[in-house]
Design a protein around this ligand. Structure first.
Ligand code: CTP
Ligand code: CA
Length: 223
């Protein structure tokens, strides 16, 4: 895997990567969020940058740091902000990797002031966020390559294949939940890649850096 990174097989290529969680404001001090670390998306951005690609990384709130000169990081907070940044970068991006854990819903009317505790229970009404991958998938040209991710707890293959089709991905990466050490918060991952051609391949348990290299190798082979 590693010797591929030394080569400049992506020089002259522009890429877009969405990564990290999003945070959806409830009021000025609270939000709805998720446990995504942003590690996988940042590792993919770094791998492509090392191979010579110019990468726009649209990153939700994350502790992950990257210093590669080929990466321009656009920091965003909400799904709507992530969409607007991705929409701007998409027309120039040959490779598009949708690695973000985008919140599916946001508070419909975030409070302007901090919500005070009262003697009653509280309900917050939520509205659906825009689907970034699906929306950009509708505007995908023949020259553009789209990669998505899925994490499922049930009917893994069926759900992953439905997303592959619905969002117009070239392939989708299913993160295994079944293996110890895989998924959220871990430094290792085990994946299955489902191609739109019907081909599929499963990896062993690898570090996120090696998974990133494997995913980018799969893109490069297909370009
Ligand atoms: N995705 C996105 N914008 C959203 C939701 C998801 O771009 N608003 C992208 C993710 O980055 C990922 C893929 O779509 O590449 C699948 O995300 P996932 O949350 O698994 O799919 P959903 O369509 O939201 O379905 P569900 O959460 O109900 O399983
Ligand atoms: Ca979702």
């Amino acid at each position: 895997i590693r010797h591929f990174e030394a080569s400049n097989d992506l020089s002259g290529t522009t890429a877009l990567v969405t990564a990290g969680p999003t945070q959806e404001a409830i009021d000025p001090v609270r939000y709805i969020g998720n446990h995504s670390s942003g590690k996988m998306g940042v590792a993919i951005a770094e791998n492509m940058a090392k191979r010579g690609a110019k990468v726009n990384l649209v990153l939700g709130p994350s502790q992950e740091k990257n210093h590669h000169p080929n990466i321009t990081t656009i920091h965003v907070t909400s799904a709507q902000e992530m969409y607007e940044a991705a929409l701007q970068a998409h027309p120039d991006a040959k490779i598009n990797v949708f690695a973000a854990a985008v919140a599916d819903y946001a508070p419909a009317n975030p409070a302007k002031e901090k919500i005070k505790k009262s003697s009653n229970d509280l309900s917050i009404s939520l509205k659906k966020n825009i689907d970034i991958a699906a929306t950009l998938g509708e505007n995908k040209s023949n020259e553009q390559y789209h990669v998505g991710f899925a994490l499922e707890t049930d009917k893994e293959e069926e759900n992953a294949l439905a997303k592959l089709k619905k969002k117009n991905f070239d392939f989708i990466v299913l993160n295994s939940m079944k293996d110890e050490g895989a998924g959220f918060k871990h430094d290792t991952n085990k994946i299955t890649i489902y191609h739109k051609s019907g081909k599929q391949e499963t990896s062993p348990l690898l570090s996120k850096t090696d998974i990133a290299a494997l995913i980018v190798n799969t893109i490069v082979k297909d370009l």
